[in-house]
Write a protein that binds this ligand. Sequence first.
Ligand SMILES: Nc1ncnc2c1ncn2[C@@H]1O[C@H](COP(=O)(O)OP(=O)(O)OP(=O)(O)O)[C@@H](O)[C@H]1O
Length: 612
Amino acid sequence: MWTRILERRQRRARVRSRSRFGEKGQCAVLFMSERLETTPWTESDLSRVDVHCTSSTQILRFCHLYNVWGPGLMQKMTSIRTSSRGDGCNSESEVDSKRSARLQLRAAIPSRATGMPAASHPSGLTTPWSHTGLHQPSGPAARAGSCRLPPEGSAPGSVRLPTVGCPEDPPGWTCETCNSHLVAFRKQEHCRTEEGCRDRSGCRIHETLFGSMSPSPRAILQASSASTAAPSFFSRAAQKLNLSSKRCHGMVPTQLHVEFPAFATNFCAILRDFPPPTPPGLLRAAPKAKESQGIGKVKVMLRISPGEPGETSAFLKADTGKAQVILHEPEPPNGLLSAAARRLAISAPKMFAFDAVFCRDATQAEVCAGSIGDVVQAVVNGADGCVFCFGHAKLGKSYTMIGHDDSMQSLGVMPCAIAWLFRLIDERRERTGARFSVRVSAVELWGGDENLEDLLASVVTGGPHDSKAPGIYLQEDPIFGTQLQNQSELRAPTPEIAAHYLDVALASRQENRLSEKGEERRGTHMLFTLYVYQYRMDKASKANMSGGRSRLHLIDLSSCERPQPGKAPAGSALSLASLGNVILALVNGAKHIPYRYPSLDSLTSLTKGQFQ
Ligand SMILES: Nc1ncnc2c1ncn2[C@@H]1O[C@H](COP(=O)(O)OP(=O)(O)OP(=O)(O)O)[C@@H](O)[C@H]1O
C-alpha cells in the first residue's frame, strides 16, 4: 500500500518535471528517470538546473546524470538546488513549509560555458572544473559549497579547488578524488543487530554519490587523496536530507562499494556506469499467453569465430539474412586423384539452417542483442531459460558468454543478460505492479570426478571456501527435474550487485584454476544462474496472489575435448558429440538420455523444461 502511494507520487512528480521542461526554460531534474536522461537537453534548458533531491537514490541518479552528461552539463549549469521533501508532501509549497532544508549551491558549478576545450589529465579524465572562469573561494564559503562568479570581463582561468579533505563530512562518509576531481563520495554503515555486526563485509550500506567520470571504470578507482568542494556540498546535502538514518535491511547492500582492484574483472562498474543499451523489442508488450510460456523453444544460433588474421574460410558461405550456412567440401589437391575419383570425392555442398547466423565480424553487442532478448523475456514471463555456447576449443565460447569489461561493446551474454533482465523487471514492475526479487548463484563443475563447487561461498563465509561446509550436489526431483542443492543463492536487488557476484564468481574460478596439488584445472564449466521470484495480486479479487520462481541459467562450457583412449578425461571434458547427443535427446523428449558424465549432462538437463 505504502509503496503504491509512493509510486503514485513519483509518477505525479515525473509528470510535473516534464511539464516544467521547456515551459520556464528550466530543467527540473526531479525524480530523475531514464526517460528524462534520454530527453534531449538544449542549451537554454541547461542554463539553470534545479535538482530536487528527496533521497539518496535521487542524489545518486543525479550523479549518474552528471556522469552521462559530464563536463558539458556542468559547464552550463549555474546553480543546483536541492530541496528536501518529506514523504508526506504533495506539493512544493507544502515541502517548503514542512522542511526548509534547501541548499543553494553556487560553488561546485562553473558559471558559464567558456567554449574552451576540456582539460584532460594523463589519466584520461576530463575535469569540468579546471577550464571555467570560476573563482573558487576559500574558507568557510567553499566548504559550504558557495562560490562567487568571476568578475565581469575577467579572463577565464583554471579553478583551483581547495583541498578541504572533507573535514566536515559526517561520520561514515568518505570521498575519493582523482587529480582534484571528485570521483566518488560514499557512505558506509554497519548493521547494528543485537549480536553486533557479525559480517561487516555483508552488511555494509554504501552510497556512491559519484561514479566514474571517465569511459574506463578502472580509472575511477585509481583515486588520489585530494578533494574538492563538491563532497562538502554533498555531505551537507546528506545531513540536511538526513540520509544517515538509513538502516541496513538484512545483509544486502543497497548500493555497492566497489573497491579496486578487488577482482580481475569489474563488470559491476561497467553495468553501473555504462549499461548496455536495451535491445529494441525487449520492452515490447508481452506476447500472448501461449507464446509467452517459452516452453519447447530451443533456438540454435551460429557465431562464426573470427579465426586467425589472414585466415580464409572459402569452404563456408554464410547468409546472415537467411540464417543459413553452406559448407563446401574442400577439393583434393590436383594430381593426387584421377578426375573420376575426384568427382566422387567431392560431395554436394551441405546447407545448414539456424535461428540466426552471426558472421565473423559481428560484434558482441550484435550477438547479445540478437540472441538473449527472447530468453530474458521468457524468464520474466515465468519460464526457465538457458543460454550456453557449444563448440571446439578456443573458438570464443567464453568470450561470447562473458566478454570483457573494458567497454560496453565487449560485454558478453552474462553481463548483458543481467542488465536487460533488471531493465525488463523494472518495466514490468511499473506496468503491472508485480513484485520481483532476484537471486544469484554460481557453481563450477570440474575434474574427472565432476566436482561441484560454490563460486560464491566466499561471500557467504567471508573467506575462502569452508571445507566443512556441506557440498553442492544434484538431486533428481520427480516434479521439478534435476535440481542443484546447497549452492549459495544471494539476493541481488540491483544489476550492479548481480554483476558484482559475477565478478566474485569469475575471480573464484580463476583462483581455483590451480588445484591444491599444483595441477592446473582444465575444462572447468561455470553455471551462473539468476533466479527471478515474482508475485502479484489479482486485480479482480484482491485476495488472490499468483507468482513463482523462474531461472535463467547462463553456462560457460569449456572446450569439449575428446578424451584420449585409455586415459581419464582432462578436467570434466566430454566429447562434443556426447554432449550433442544429450542435448538432442532432451530436445526430442527421448525417454533415454545418453548420459556419460552425469553431472555435466545433468547440468545441461537443468533446463529440461526448456527442451520439453
Ligand atoms: N569474436 C571475437 N572477437 C575477439 N576476440 C575473440 C573472439 N572470439 C574469441 N576471441 C579471443 O580468442 C581467445 C579464445 O577465446 P575463448 O577463451 O573465449 O575460447 P573458448 O572457446 O572459450 O576456449 P576454451 O574452449 O578453451 O574454453 C580469447 O583471447 C578471446 O578474447
